[in-house]
Design a protein around this ligand. Structure first.
Ligand SMILES: [Zn+2]
Length: 271
């Protein structure tokens, strides 16, 4: 399986599918796995890596949000403690997420050696800037709605790792399934988070990590510009194609599909 990044504490695996990341972080007290995904052999690879490196430590699975690609590997880690948001717990369409996993596996003849279930959460993130401590490790959570309704940003200190989920990617513009207003609110937390935390590694859900806070800010600006341009174009009944935003990105046909989805959602918001 592709390794995007590795140091003595952190490894970022990258799936062949949609360049989705799975991050494993080891501290003195615990081992954290973020969104283990996609293909059965990839999830198994991550599971074996975790077992080989676990050394008796408590295992935590952190889910950035409930989109099916991010929860697909849940039951491969049966003794893990689960971390996710209150909205993730309250998600009304759990069965839809699970059906999307089953449909994906059905389409590609994939079999998994574990059950497909919706994660049962042990540590629920309920408040903005809520913290969870284990030994010297501190996790700080910020709500990150907009892409979907139950996302969270997690900052892991003192390592300075920001786990962003499906925001601030270098290979995707904003995919907005929930709310463009919430989406902007979420990505406008960048400045505040960069002041409050010493970020050394920024990990996005799809695409490349970065160690540059300037790059995180650049991604924020590009995302905000896209959302605001699209909203204005819809308000002014102008050309909403905005192909300049997505055609230079690889896989323009798929990007157009998501762009069209954004247009539909924003049209509803502005009605
Ligand atoms: Zn995703």
């Amino acid at each position: 399986m592709k390794i995007q990044y590795k140091d003595q504490n952190t490894i970022i695996f990258e799936s062949t599918i949609f360049r989705t990341t799975s991050t494993v972080i080891q501290t003195a007290d615990a081992i954290f796995v973020v969104d283990p995904n996609w293909l059965p052999f990839e999830v198994e690879h991550i599971r074996q890596y975790v077992e080989a490196n676990r050394r008796g430590r408590t295992l935590y699975l952190l889910f950035t949000h409930s989109d099916y690609d991010h929860i697909i590997g849940y039951k491969a880690f049966p003794d893990a403690k689960i971390i996710a948001s209150q909205a993730f717990v309250d998600m009304p369409n759990k069965e839809k997420c699970l059906q999307e996993i089953r449909d994906f596996d059905d389409q590609y003849y994939l079999e998994r050696p574990y059950e497909i279930e919706y994660p049962k959460v042990d540590i629920v993130v309920k408040e903005e800037a809520q913290q969870f401590r284990i030994g010297d490790t501190v996790l700080t959570f910020y709500s990150a709605a907009g892409h979907n309704a139950d996302g969270i940003f997690t900052i892991i200190e003192p390592l300075g790792i920001w786990i962003a989920g499906d925001y601030l990617s270098n290979i995707e513009f904003p995919f907005i399934y929930h709310s463009s207003v919430e989406y902007e609110r979420t990505i406008n937390k960048v400045g505040k988070i960069l002041v409050a935390h010493d970020i050394k590694i920024f990990v996005t859900g799809h695409g490349d990590f970065t160690t540059s806070t300037e790059e995180v800010k650049r991604r924020q600006e590009v995302s905000v510009a896209y959302i605001q341009k699209l909203r204005k174009a819809i308000q002014d009944s102008e050309n909403i194609n905005l192909s300049a935003h997505w055609s230079p990105i690889p896989f323009p046909k798929t990007m157009k599909y998501y762009h069209d989805g954004n247009v539909k959602l924003m049209l509803k918001e502005l009605m």
